[in-house]
Design a protein around this ligand. Structure first.
Ligand code: URA
Length: 242
């Protein structure tokens, strides 16, 4: 039988009855307050289906990934603080609204996280974006920090940490430790990813209970090479080279 990420549910527009809706595999549910999974709408499931398909070519992979990244960034921004802000409209009435409070920046975990930078720039004009490069140390097989370039005032900012695939979480844990060592409190970090594994999410929830994870989908698990399953293969290869 087909590998299943999570339960199969009827997914479709509300004007259709349950029996008329097609069924699709939806995200595994986890019980952590700090993990937000995007609503499993027909739109999101169809976008994810495109990028999971091994026959999707690079141009489509980029296009549909970018649409999901945009949804993730918009949801991530919902976790920033706001203050009341009233404006006057062109017809002379007032509108009691909100505005964002506090400065933000993006930090991408290279290389795959860089694919999410444009989505952040599309929502937040002239946003500062830092980078962290973590790779496996050949001698110890442990993740090792090779390079970082972060805004000098990062301790005063909210950080949107970008990495599309949240597998074991080894690199992400190290990236968070780098951010914390630069003075960023855990509660001001929002980690955005397209597909997470239950292992990665559970690992993070235990280590960093105040940090928020915003993901489009939590998959079934990891294979023996630590690829997410069913997953989508190597995100960086598919976005940059294939
Ligand atoms: N990174 C990827 O690109 N894919 C996975 O499945 C896991 C980590």
């Amino acid at each position: 039988s087909r590998p299943q990420a999570g339960p199969t549910q009827c997914v479709g527009p509300p004007y259709r009855s349950e029996s008329q809706k097609p069924s699709a595999t939806v995200s595994v549910e986890v019980n952590h307050e700090n993990v937000v999974t995007l609503a499993q709408t027909p739109q999101l499931i169809a976008l994810l289906t495109m990028i999971r398909d091994k026959n999707t070519d690079r141009a489509d992979f980029i296009f549909y990934s970018n649409r999901i990244i945009r949804l993730l960034v918009e949801e991530g921004l919902n976790h920033l603080p706001t203050v009341e802000h009233t404006v006057t409209t062109p017809v002379g009435r007032t509108y009691a609204g909100l505005m964002f409070q506090g400065k933000i920046c993006g930090v991408s975990i290279m290389r795959a996280g860089e694919a999410m930078e444009q989505g952040l720039r599309d929502c937040c004009r002239s946003v500062r974006i830092g980078k962290i490069l973590i790779q496996r140390d050949e001698e110890t097989a442990m993740p090792k920090l090779f390079y970082d370039k972060l805004p000098e005032d990062i301790a005063q900012r909210w950080v949107l940490l970008l990495d599309p695939m949240f597998a074991t979480g080894g690199s992400a844990v190290m990236a968070v430790e780098v951010l914390k060592s630069r003075g960023v409190p855990e509660e001001r970090i929002i980690f955005l990813n397209l597909i997470a594994s239950p292992e990665g999410v559970n690992n993070f929830a235990t280590k960093f209970p105040k940090l928020r994870v915003v993901t489009a989908f939590i998959d079934q698990g990891l294979d023996d090479k630590n690829y997410i399953i069913p997953g989508l293969g190597d995100f960086g290869d598919r976005f940059y080279t294939m």
